[in-house]
Design a protein. Structure first.
Length: 568
């Protein structure tokens, strides 16, 4: 943090302390009021869920009473007692009656639980249903009760919770009409809509039957610090006494209370901010007057660090700070002069090294040329009968070495006279398309893979020079894998750069050679001039980019060209 910022904050702190001290008791009182309101809402939501369960039980009792008095149930009971009804016919009526009444469970059973017809489990007709038997023996007729009933589901026969009731058939006391409403998704969705929270129905064993609604957002960090209540819930046991058949879990969101508390706190903070603005402004003006020369010195030092060695600080200052400014300006002037001399000496040394390597490369072909000439002169002097063959072999050797010398000189000319790049915006996709269009497939035996991301960013480049670099890297990769292998061209974008990689699975490069790859006239190939990678590295560097190499002997090599993308 800068000195100016610290001074400004110090002024603001002295103005803010009195108002901030008043915030603590106010937030405590507000949080207590909101907690009481939340507790009342939770109690109302619990009563709403209990009322919904009672309503479903009353619905089941009314349905059982209506079924017990219905003509079709009486007719089936009469046919059943007279032995005129086939079991298959009886079992087919239950599903129709259940669907017509909108129930989830319906059955006609004998007092000991033997099923006459069942809508929720037709296959149990004629057998004893333990759940229905327990229902008939556990309570009086017409009283709603929560019970587990076996029902047919897509997953098979399962025990699920129901609000149930039973009634004896009118005039047929030997049969009972049972009706049930599932305590599942319909209950959960209805209760969630009434309470605005999350409602989950689970069996007594803990297995989830249905869940609906949302717990809502939890209070944020600010609201929790101010005392907002965390999300709370209630658990309803069904039935309330004894071993529960099912439980209903209600979770009521408290994010709204937290937002209300946060809004009040933010309003208070806004007032606090308005009160300290004047103090901050005064502090800023005072700090600016004190720190302006120091900021100028810091900016000058940063400019020197980025290579602007002639940077100067032009700001009025007096006393010790003025002496510091004058010393800084004197230092940068001397630094610029020393750096210029060092750069000139470095360039002379670099060209001396290039000249030495060029002389070495030129000297190598001259030796076989001289030997061939001596052999020809000796054969001619001796009038050797093999002179035609010696002449043919010698002139071919001289011609080959002359061509090699010509290639070395041409490559050196390209390296020395490489033109300045003519930069222009080029889409990354267009650049890669132009490059790969020249290589529809790899040479025989070599697989060429393309891994180019879509929507590559634009770069500021000379496309001809960058394409020259990519062609050189791809030709080197083809030569590295030999007659069989895989070469991959990959292109992707980072937040700051466009990356183009050329990778091969060839023999790789020895660690000792990697440090010299981009030096002029260094090569690992028998017929190489050692200038291809040096030219490529110079081109990429003049585009403000970098070229990198990763290699492991026996596993291949990857060259990566990194070009800065155009800022949007």
């Amino acid at each position: 943090m800068s000195l100016r910022t610290r001074l400004t904050l110090l002024f603001a702190l002295f103005a803010a302390l009195p108002m901030a001290a008043a915030m603590v008791p106010l937030s405590r009182a507000l949080s207590e009021a909101l907690a009481q309101e939340y507790a009342a809402r939770l109690e109302q939501a619990t009563q709403a869920v209990e009322g919904e369960v009672r309503r479903l039980g009353a619905e089941a009792a009314a349905a059982a009473r209506e079924l017990a008095r219905s003509p079709e149930a009486g007719e089936l009971a009469r046919e059943w007692s007279d032995g005129l009804l086939e079991p298959a016919d009886a079992s087919a009526r239950g599903p129709d009656w259940m669907a017509a009444r909108g129930l989830d469970a319906l059955a006609l059973v004998e007092p000991r639980g033997r099923v006459v017809t069942s809508g929720h489990l037709p296959g149990r007709a004629g057998d004893v249903d333990p759940g229905l038997r327990d229902l008939l023996s556990s309570g009086p007729a017409g009283r709603p009760a929560t019970r587990l009933l076996a029902v047919a589901t897509p997953a098979g026969v399962e025990d699920l919770p129901f609000a149930t009731a039973w009634e004896p058939l009118a005039g047929r006391p030997g049969l009972r009409a049972v009706a049930g409403v599932a305590l599942g998704s319909r209950l959960a969705e209805r209760a969630a809509a009434l309470t605005g929270g999350e409602v989950a129905v689970r069996l007594g064993s803990g297995r989830e039957v249905a869940v609906a609604g949302s717990r809502g957002d939890a209070p944020g960090r600010l609201a929790r610090l101010l005392g907002a209540p965390p999300p709370q819930g209630r658990t309803l046991r069904l039935p309330a006494q004894g071993e529960p058949v099912a439980v209903i879990e209600l979770a009521l969101p408290s994010g709204g209370l937290g937002r209300a508390l946060s809004t009040a706190a933010l309003a208070f903070l806004a007032a606090l901010l308005g009160g300290v603005l004047a103090a901050s402004l005064v502090g800023h003006l005072v700090a600016r007057r004190i720190t302006r020369p120091l900021d100028a010195l810091r900016a000058g030092a940063a400019a020197v660090g980025q290579g602007e060695l002639s940077a100067r600080v032009e700001v009025p200052a007096s006393g010790e700070v003025g002496e510091l400014v004058a010393g800084f300006n004197a230092m940068t002037g001397e630094l610029a002069r020393v750096t210029a001399r060092a750069a000139a000496a470095e360039r002379v040394a670099a060209w001396r090294e290039v000249a030495r390597r060029l002389a070495h490369e030129v000297k190598n072909p001259l030796t076989p040329v001289a030997m061939s000439v001596e052999t020809l002169r000796e054969a001619w002097t001796r009038r050797s009968p093999e002179f035609p063959a010696i002449f043919d072999e010698g002139t071919r050797a001289i011609g080959e070495e002359v061509r090699r010398l010509t290639r070395i000189v041409d490559e050196f000319g390209r390296f020395a006279r490489l033109p300045q790049p003519e930069l222009r915006p080029v889409g990354g996709g267009d650049l890669l398309s132009a490059f790969l269009a020249l290589y529809p497939e790899g040479p025989p035996g070599i697989e060429l893979r393309r891994e180019v991301e879509p929507a590559l960013p634009a770069v500021q480049v000379d496309p001809d020079q960058i394409l020259q670099v990519l062609h050189n890297l791809l030709r080197n990769a083809f030569e590295a894998v030999g007659r069989r292998g895989t070469v991959s061209v990959r292109a992707r974008a980072t937040p700051a750069e466009l990356w183009v990689e050329v990778a091969d699975d060839g023999p790789g490069i020895a660690p000792a050679d990697r440090a010299h790859l981009f030096e002029p006239y260094f090569t690992t190939k028998e017929a190489g001039t050692g200038l291809g990678l040096a030219i490529s590295e110079r081109i990429v560097r003049e585009h403000a980019g970098r070229i990198e190499v990763e290699s492991e002997p026996g596993k291949g090599t990857t060259f990566r060209v990194r070009l800065p993308r155009i800022e949007q």
